[in-house]
Design a protein around this ligand. Structure first.
Ligand code: IDP
Ligand code: MG
Length: 162
């Protein structure tokens, strides 16, 4: 059990998840947070911020050649964004599964975008697409001191200990 807790604290995977201005304005914060929470993932950082356009461009730097880049950055910086870090086994990849395909027309029912969004330009949520991106995005949005490491009482029931 001691060893399990040590491994857990040092190595558990983290991902950056953000509810974009459309999700915040539509009152979908609790709906979205609850899907990650009920799954068994652990919230380790959360804040409501209005990113500047410059910050939005940094966040989406990989997409700077795409025709929608400017509109996308204008949109992300148009209002409050709920920035979060979620922790858990496989959370980067499975978080993307919970979110669904980029285009809500192609997202499966049962996913966040499938259930709650209609068009690609207003798909309500962002999630890191891999371990490197997760690391970079967490570092861009949060100071290390804003990440809270703690042991949840539910962990032994979510992961088991033997
Ligand atoms: P992702 O959010 O599923 O990772 P990306 O390809 O990284 O998808 O694109 C980032 C965001 O850019 C999308 O979530 C969406 O809001 C927007 N976007 C992607 N493709 C299009 C498009 O063809 N038109 C308008 N917006 C787009
Ligand atoms: Mg992406």
């Amino acid at each position: 059990m001691m060893q399990y807790q040590k491994v857990y604290a040092d190595e558990m995977e983290r991902t950056f998840i953000a509810i974009k201005p459309d999700g915040v304005q539509r009152g979908l914060i609790s709906e979205i947070v609850s899907r990650f929470e009920r799954k068994g993932y652990k919230l380790v950082a959360i804040k409501l911020v209005v990113p500047s356009k410059d910050f939005a461009q940094k966040h989406y730097h990989d997409l700077k050649e795409r025709p929608f880049f400017n509109g996308l950055c204008d949109f992300l910086s148009s209002g409050p964004v709920l920035a979060m870090v979620w922790e858990g086994e496989g959370v980067i990849k499975y978080g993307r599964k919970l979110i669904g395909a980029t285009d809500p027309q192609k997202s499966e029912p049962g996913t966040i975008r499938g259930d709650l969004a209609v068009v690609v330009g207003r798909n309500i949520i962002h999630g890191s697409d891999g371990p490197e991106t997760a690391k970079d995005e967490i570092a861009l949005w949060f100071e290390p001191s804003e990440l809270v490491s703690f042991t949840s009482n539910a962990e032994k029931w979510i992961y088991g200990s033997n």
